[in-house]
Write a protein that binds this ligand. Structure first.
Ligand SMILES: O=P(O)(O)OC[C@H]1O[C@H](OP(=O)(O)OP(=O)(O)O)[C@H](O)[C@@H]1O
Ligand SMILES: O=c1cc[nH]c(=O)[nH]1
Length: 221
C-alpha cells in the first residue's frame, strides 16, 4: 500500500520558500530543515493511533489523556547527508526513537536513464526491526526516487515493520510513481510526507524549481 501526503501548513511553506531562495545562508538552510523535520514529525504523529492514558497530576487528581501508541517503537533512518538536520527536527517529536543511518549516493557519472540512477549504498547501520515497529526514513530530496527505492530494499532486510513513513521536503511525480511500485513489490505499507511535490526532474537529476543540492547547501560543497 502506498500513499502520499503534502503538508498543508502556511508555516511549512514559509520555511520552504526560505530554503528555495538561493541567497539563504548555510545556517538558515540547516535551521530551516530542522523546523521542517519537526513539522513532518507532527504530521506523522497525527497519522498514528492513540490510546487512553490516565495520569495523576501534582494536585493529586487523576485525569484522562492520550498517548500515541507507537511513540516508543519508532525507528528513524537518516539518509546521509542532507537529512541530518531534518532528523534533528523529527527527533524532537519522536524523542524515544531508535536510529539508523544509511549512506547512499547516486552514481551520477553513469548518468540518468529513464529517470533512474544507479545507487551506491556504502554504509547501513540500523537497529533490527520487528512487526511492532514503525520506521521513518528521513531524506530531504526525493527526485527520481532511485535512492529511496534502493534504501527501502536495505531497510526491509532488517526486519518487517508494520508501517513505513518517508519524511521529505521536496519530491516529484516521477519519484512518487517509482515508490508506489517499490512499495507494491516489497509488500510494505508506505506513506510519504513531502512539504511539496515539484513538477519536474531535469536532465541532471535535479528537482525543478527545487532548492538546489540540499547536501551542499546544508554542509558546503
Ligand atoms: O531521488 P534521487 O534521484 O535518487 O535523488 C535523491 C537523493 O539525492 C540527494 O542526495 P545527494 O546525492 O545530493 O547526497 P548528499 O545529501 O550527500 O549531498 C538526496 O538527499 C537523496 O538522497
Ligand atoms: O534537486 C535535487 C535532487 C537531488 N538531490 C538534491 O540535493 N537536489
Amino acid at each position: 500500500m502506498f500513499e502520499v501526503q503534502v503538508v498543508n501548513r502556511k508555516y511549512a511553506h514559509h520555511i520552504l520558500t526560505l530554503l528555495r531562495n538561493k541567497d539563504s545562508s548555510q545556517i538558515e538552510f540547516r535551521k530551516g530543515l530542522v523546523k521542517l523535520g519537526r513539522i513532518l514529525g507532527m504530521e506523522i504523529a497525527e497519522d498514528m493511533e492513540t490510546e487512553e492514558a490516565v495520569v495523576e497530576t501534582p494536585l493529586g487528581v487523576k485525569v484522562k489523556g492520550i498517548r500515541i501508541k507507537d511513540m516508543d517503537n519508532t525507528i528513524i533512518v537518516t539518509v546521509l547527508r542532507a537529512a541530518w538536520p531534518l532528523t534533528e527536527g523529527l527527533i524532537k517529536v519522536f524523542y524515544n526513537a531508535r536510529q539508523g543511518v544509511i549512506a547512499a549516493k547516486r552514481v551520477e557519472e553513469k548518468g540518468m536513464q529513464n529517470y533512474e540512477f544507479e545507487i551506491d549504498v556504502s554504509y547501513v547501520k540500523m537497529p533490527s526491526v520487528t512487526s511492532n515497529d514503525v520506521v521513518i526514513i528521513s531524506d530531504v530530496m526525493v527526485a527520481t526516487g532511485s535512492t529511496l527505492a534502493r534504501i527501502l530494499e536495505e531497510v526491509v532486510k532488517k526486519g518487517r515493520a508494520k508501517k513505513y513513513y518517508i519524511a521529505s521536503v521536496l519530491s516529484t511525480p516521477v519519484a512518487v510513481a517509482k515508490l508506489r511500485d517499490k512499495a507494491d513489490e516489497l509488500g510494505v505499507d508506505l506513506k510519504m510526507y513531502a512539504i511539496w511535490i515539484d513538477p519536474e526532474v531535469n536532465q541532471k537529476g535535479y528537482i525543478v524549481p527545487g532548492l538546489g543540492d540540499a547536501g551542499d547547501r546544508a554542509f558546503g560543497s
